[in-house]
Design a protein around this ligand. Structure first.
Ligand code: GRF
Length: 201
């Protein structure tokens, strides 16, 4: 499956996807373009280093969310993408994106707890003993679509935002490629909010 990966930051999840795609002899996932909303996103360097086309669609260059979204859609379509994979992409797209592509996102908390951009900080401040990772389909609302996979990460005495996020990211880097691979294999089916996994092989 040809996917466009959207990034805003360092792109460690993008790197996990690149490494997974490289090690997969069947090449079920092909990253055809990496699109960033900022020209200094570290993910762009990771894309270039891997020989993947990198495109910048700068948020500040557009007057509103719909026109920004249209430019993202156009970039993904030019590359021949069949799906969008959000990997630390910090912009909310308008509904035209959901109408154009299946979209998958990874979130650093157990949704529906702690949606939004500060999930790790908020979970820690709330005093939860368990947080984790959610991979979900994107719908019109933020951090809301049908949940594909979740994995718990315990909060440890003395955790900081950084230490907890680092352990969450270890899980993300394993879980996200697994989910994208299952999606590429056509093993995920969605009925309402419920996602069912078909067995591998
Ligand atoms: C990840 O923790 C992801 O869950 C969240 O943003 C972070 C991105 O990290 N949506 P990276 O850019 O993949 O390193």
């Amino acid at each position: 499956m040809r996917v466009a990966v959207l990034v805003s930051g360092s792109g460690s999840n993008l790197q996990a996807l690149i490494d997974h795609a490289r090690s997969d002899p069947v090449a079920e996932i092909e990253i055809v373009v990496v699109i960033a909303d900022r020209r200094h996103a570290g993910g762009l360097d990771r894309a270039r280093a891997a020989g993947i086309p990198a495109d910048v669609v700068e948020w500040s260059a557009f007057p509103d969310r719909p026109s920004f979204t249209d430019a993202i859609i156009a970039s993904a379509e030019r590359a021949g993408a069949e799906a969008l994979v959000l990997a630390g992409f910090m912009r909310v797209l308008s509904s035209a994106a959901v109408d154009s592509f299946p979209i998958i996102n990874v979130h650093p908390a157990l949704l529906p707890a702690f949606p939004g951009a500060h999930a790790v900080r908020e979970a820690l401040a709330h005093g939860v003993k368990m947080t984790g990772v959610t991979v979900h389909f994107v719908d019109e609302l933020v951090d809301h679509g049908p949940i594909i996979a979740q994995e718990a990460v315990p909060v440890i005495e003395g955790d900081t935002i950084e230490s907890l996020h680092a352990r969450i990211q270890q899980v993300e880097h394993r879980l996200y490629p697994e989910v994208i691979r299952a999606f590429a294999q056509g093993r995920l089916s969605v009925e309402g909010r419920k996602v069912t996994w078909k067995r591998d092989g």
